[in-house]
Design a protein around this ligand. Structure first.
Ligand SMILES: *Cc1c(COP(=O)(O)O)cnc(C)c1O
Length: 495
């Protein structure tokens, strides 16, 4: 199977090459030329397998150029060895009349771990397979979760190094501690004086700096990014849709072939797009419900076909969904139209005018697969409180946005098929908002808040968060926006 650009240049490559390249030369995203199909037997066979085997079975179909042995090493390195704090890796848990798919049992307690624990191994293997001479230096600008998950994923992975920039004073104290204490001989985090946009525009400028690229090449590095446009970050996410379905089969909630709906808290459209791939492969998925916060650009798009980012940007209690441009939508538009020139036109219009209209025909097709709704902070907090009162289960705010959308979908459409709500973060990562939703005083230190939530939650504080109290700070550099490139060079030169 080959990969091509959504924007239609002729370049076609194997999965390993696409993973090394990250983004296509014409600015498009890599997509598979055909989506592999599975049989009901394939799905049935997953139900008594561990997560590593389920993931391997699905990945094998997309990463045909990786050998069985290579994939085994990759999935075992990512999901084996006790890195996740439950044996199931991605357990699905019945709560009330829905099932929650918990994707936050990895080392950083966020769903990003599902992909970022595996991507570094896929990349390191790909470097070997493609005979690439240079090692990879990963750069990331982060407003919180991605930075830590990427550092943890790349830590000590051969032939890679990772440098994360975060805004000085612009991430939560917990998130800052998670990054500055990350161990590994090949990782670093630097605070940038400025806000997230300064850090991000600084990283973008570095990616476009040809002179810097030459200096890095002399040092033996090529730059790459850890954000969700890389195919190696998307492919791992397809597996947990199969895994959730296999769990429902095993539990007897469904018979093989019964359709299941999923609701996904959405930002960059990577998670929910993985659900679309699973559906196209033949996993019996009914509707994919796209849940947004007050930044409801996707809700409008899926209802009207009109994408318009020219609107106010809101900071919400679900920061990982505070996004106005959902990059992975481009892949969906490609698969539904098969027409790279139309995709290119829409993306050009998005870049130049901040909007595009996909037309009525395509809107109808989109609506066969997707339904959308959004919840503001008040509704999100109400969902956290309701679920806690009824079931003594504590949800994080992102999951709560999805919970609210799932209920709104059910009550408006009367579709009673089983619903899986995708749960994307441990509530312990958002103690402040969760405790305030539960009516608690939140004017306390971050660690006091952890303890306060632990008193209400049957699930223990994740080890990685509890340990932050005692681990030493390893990364204490701060730099100006103008000095970011110098930081990159110094980091690459360091042994
Ligand atoms: C990244 C993230 C999301 C959004 O996922 P996308 O793949 O970007 O749509 C939702 N919730 C949490 C907690 C996240 O970290």
């Amino acid at each position: 199977m080959n990969y091509v650009s959504t924007r239609g240049n002729d370049q076609s490559m194997k999965a390993a090459e696409a993973i090394v390249a990250g983004i296509a030369a014409d600015g498009g995203l890599f997509v598979p030329t055909a989506i592999p199909k599975v049989t009901p037997d394939f799905i049935a066979a997953l139900s008594d397998q561990p997560y590593t085997e389920r993931a391997k079975a699905v990945l094998k179909l997309f990463l045909e150029d990786y050998t069985e042995d290579e994939l085994t090493v990759c999935v075992e390195s990512a999901y084996g060895g006790g890195k996740f704090d439950v044996k199931a890796v991605a357990p699905s848990r019945p709560v009330g009349d829905m099932t929650l798919l918990e994707l936050w049992h990895g080392p950083t307690s966020a769903f990003k771990d599902m992909a970022l624990q595996l991507l570094p191994h896929l990349l390191s293997t790909a470097l070997k397979k493609t005979g690439a001479k240079e090692d990879v230096l990963i750069l990331a600008a982060t407003s919180g979760d991605t930075g830590k998950a990427a550092m943890a994923g790349f830590a000590d992975v051969p032939r890679t190094k990772i440098l994360v920039f975060f805004p000085d004073g612009g991430v939560s104290e917990m998130q800052r501690l998670q990054m500055v204490t990350q161990m590994g001989s090949n990782v670093a985090a630097v605070a940038v004086k400025g806000n997230f946009d300064d850090a991000q525009s600084g990283v973008k400028a570095i990616f476009g700096d040809a002179a810097l690229a030459e200096k890095l090449a002399v040092l033996g590095f090529r730059l790459s990014s850890a954000n969700s446009i890389n195919w190696g970050r998307l492919a791992p996410q397809i597996a947990y849709y199969f895994s959730a379905y296999a769990d429902l089969l095993q539990r007897g909630t469904i018979k093989n072939g019964d359709a299941v709906n999923f609701t996904v808290p959405t930002g960059n459209f990577g998670n929910i797009l993985a659900g679309f791939y699973a559906r196209q492969m033949g996993l019996p998925i009914g509707k994919l419900v796209c849940a947004s916060n007050r930044n409801d650009v996707l809700t409008d798009f899926l209802r009207t076909g009109y994408y318009d980012r020219n609107r106010e940007f809101y900071k919400t209690i679900t920061p990982s969904m505070d996004i106005l441009i959902s990059s992975n939508l481009e892949r969906l538009l490609y698969h539904l139209t098969g027409d790279p020139s139309r995709v290119r036109g829409w993306m050009q219009s998005l870049a130049e005018e901040g909007r595009y209209d996909c037309g009525v025909g395509l809107l109808q097709r989109l609506q066969n697969f997707f339904w959308a709704d959004w919840a503001d902070d008040a509704k999100t907090k109400a969902a956290i409180r309701e679920v806690y009162d009824a079931h003594r289960y504590v949800m994080d705010p992102h999951t709560a946005v999805a919970w609210a959308a799932a209920h709104s979908y059910r009550s408006r459409t009367k579709d009673e098929r089983p619903m899986v709500v995708v749960s994307t973060a441990s509530p312990y990562k958002f103690n402040d908002s969760v405790l305030s939703a539960l009516g608690e005083n939140t004017a306390r230190s971050p660690f006091a808040l952890l303890d306060a939530l632990a008193a209400k939650n049957a699930d223990p504080v994740p080890a990685g968060l509890a340990a932050l109290k005692d681990v030493p700070v390893l990364h204490d550099r701060t730099c100006a926006r103008a000095d970011m490139a110098a930081e990159v060079l110094a980091f690459a030169a360091k042994g």
